[in-house]
Design a protein around this ligand. Sequence first.
Ligand SMILES: [Zn+2]
Length: 165
Amino acid sequence: MANYKGHIAGGLIAGVTVAITISVFPSEQLAKSTGLIHEWQFLASILIISMLFGLFPDVDTNSKAQDIFFGIVFPLDIVLIWQGYIEAAAFLGLIAMLPIIGHHRGWTHKKWAMFVVPLPILLIPYLYNDKIILASAIYYSVAVAGYFSHLLLDGLILKRFKIKN
Ligand SMILES: [Zn+2]
């Protein structure tokens, strides 16, 4: 198992890879439909999301990853509540609770989890807008990429990429 630094690096690399892939698309169209693509917040969001999901699977155990994850999620949740994003805050709180259910290297380290755990990013804006929002589709891809990097580094995807702790 890679340590938390390895997982942060893995998550960031995954996020940057997705960001570079996205930048290949005609950016004008993307800028229009996301409204954010050229802004630093967008890149910052990509990096934060990929890092958080790169750490997420180890949140099921008392680890540095858990400290960092809740160290970011807790103040973020307070900011969301303070700014009036109550639904987002509620869902963030719900997601943050999930890892405590189950044992270490249980369901959070399953391959299906990398697609299922980030699903609220895709589904919640869909439920509120009745259509898939491009920005949320991008954030979802970023989250899956970050999650994937964790499972890869844990040796759960391809054994030869496994990094020793
Ligand atoms: Zn792990």
